[in-house]
Write a protein that binds this ligand. Structure first.
Ligand code: T6T
Length: 329
C-alpha cells in the first residue's frame, strides 16, 4: 500500500550542528524553540487529531535525536493565522521546521523567508505549488487514498447508484487529490456509480451534518457518501440519523480520529481510509536531521495508508493508523 517515491538531493554540508545549543527535552510540548538544535512544528489545525498525532511522532523522534521540540499553529484552518505562526517561528531561528501549509500559494513567501533565515523546512501533509520550497516533502499518497475510497464504495454499494462527496473546501491540496483519485477510479471501474455533487461544507462536523440533509433532499436516491477528511466525516452520521437514512446510505470517510472510529463502531460509517500521521512526523524529523547534518535528504516520501473496517479495527497492524488526541494515549 505504500508508494515510496524518493528523489535524493544533498543539502549543503552544514557546520551549524557544531554550534548546537543542546536545549533539552521535547515530546509534545509547545512554545518556541530556537537554535540549530531545535525543531518546530506548525500544524494545519492544532486541535485536529491528525496533526496532534503527527506532533507526537515528530516530538518523540526529535527527543530521540537530541533536539528540542516545539509545536504551534492555529485552532482554525486559516491562512492569516498560519502566516503569523510562520513569522513567529522564523523569528526564533529554529534549525528545522515541519509545516503543513493550509494554502498551496499564500504560504510560499513566508516559508521562503524562513528558509532564507537559515531553517531547513519539511513540507508535511499538504503541499505548495512551488515544489522547490522545502528540503523534503512527506505525505500520504492522497490520490491513491481517493482511489481506495472509490473501490471501497464500489464494493459497499455493489457498483450501482448515486453518491456525493463532502469536502471542507476546494483549495486544500490533500482533499483535492483524494477527490481526484475518487473520481478517476469510479470513472475507470464503476460505470454504474454517478457522483451527484462535490460539495464544500467547511471544516466542521456541523457543516457536514447539514450538507447531508440538503443532499438527501436534493437526491432522494442517494446510496453513498464519501467524506474527504476528519471533520466532514465526523458530521455525516448525524446528518444521516436526522434524515432517518443511517445504515441505508453507505459512508466512506478519510482519516481515523477517535470520533470517526466511534462512528465506525456505531455503524454510522462503513469504512475509513486512514493515514499514518505519527510516521509522517517521525520521518520528517529524520529528514530534517539529515539536512542539518549534511547527509543526503529524500526529497519526496509517501507514507502508508490503511483501509479500516469494523472487521480489522482491532488488528494490531491497524493501531498506528488510529489517531490520538494526546501524546500519552
Ligand atoms: O485529512 C487530514 C489532513 O491530511 C488534511 O490535509 C486536512 O484534514 C485532516 O487534518 C483531517 O482533518
Amino acid at each position: 500500500m505504500t508508494t515510496r517515491k524518493s528523489t535524493v538531493r544533498r543539502t549543503g554540508a552544514l557546520a551549524v550542528v557544531a554550534v548546537a545549543v543542546l536545549a533539552a527535552v521535547a515530546g509534545c510540548g509547545s512554545g518556541g524553540g530556537s537554535g540549530a538544535k531545535s525543531i518546530s512544528f506548525i500544524a494545519g489545525k492544532t486541535g485536529d487529531p491528525f496533526y496532534i498525532t503527527m506532533k507526537c511522532g515528530a516530538g518523540a523522534e526529535a527527543k530521540k535525536l537530541g533536539y528540542s521540540f516545539s509545536a504551534t499553529g492555529s485552532a482554525d484552518w486559516s491562512v492569516p493565522e498560519q502566516v503569523s505562526s510562520v513569522d513567529s517561528v522564523t523569528a526564533n531561528h529554529p534549525g528545522g521546521v515541519l509545516i503543513a501549509p493550509v494554502d498551496p500559494n499564500s504560504l510560499a513567501a513566508p516559508i521562503k523567508t524562513m528558509e532564507h533565515n537559515g531553517a531547513k523546512v519539511a513540507i508535511v501533509d499538504t503541499t505548495l505549488t512551488d515544489g522547490s520550497i522545502g528540503v523534503t516533502h512527506i505525505s500520504s499518497d492522497n490520490q491513491q487514498g481517493g482511489q481506495q475510497a472509490a473501490d471501497t464504495m464500489g464494493q459497499l454499494i455493489d457498483g450501482q447508484g448515486e453518491v456525493v462527496v463532502l469536502t471542507p473546501d476546494l483549495t486544500t491540496t490533500t482533499t483535492n487529490a483524494r477527490i481526484a483519485g475518487f473520481k478517476t477510479e469510479l470513472a475507470a471501474k464503476y460505470p454504474g456509480i454517478r457522483i451527484d455533487d462535490v460539495r464544500q461544507v467547511g471544516d466542521t462536523a456541523q457543516g457536514a451534518a447539514s450538507a447531508v440533509g440538503d443532499e438527501l433532499a436534493a437526491h432522494p436516491g442517494l446510496v453513498g457518501v464519501f467524506t474527504a477528511n476528519s471533520q466532514t466525516g465526523e458530521g455525516v452520521g448525524t446528518g444521516l440519523k436526522d434524515a432517518g437514512r443511517q445504515g441505508k446510505v453507505k459512508v466512506v470517510s478519510f482519516d481515523a480520529g477517535p470520533q470517526q472510529v466511534q462512528a465506525l463502531q456505531n455503524g454510522e460509517v462503513d469504512a475509513l481510509i486512514s493515514q499514518d500521521p505519527y510516521g509522517i512526523g517521525q520521518q520528517a524529523v529524520d529528514q530534517l536531521n539529515d539536512a542539518l547534518t549534511g547527509k543526503p535528504v529524500t526529497v519526496t516520501l509517501k507514507t502508508d495508508l490503511a483501509s479500516i473496517t469494523r472487521d480489522n479495527l482491532n488488528d494490531p497492524a491497524i493501531a498506528r493508523f488510529r489517531y490520538r488526541t494526546d501524546c500519552n494515549s
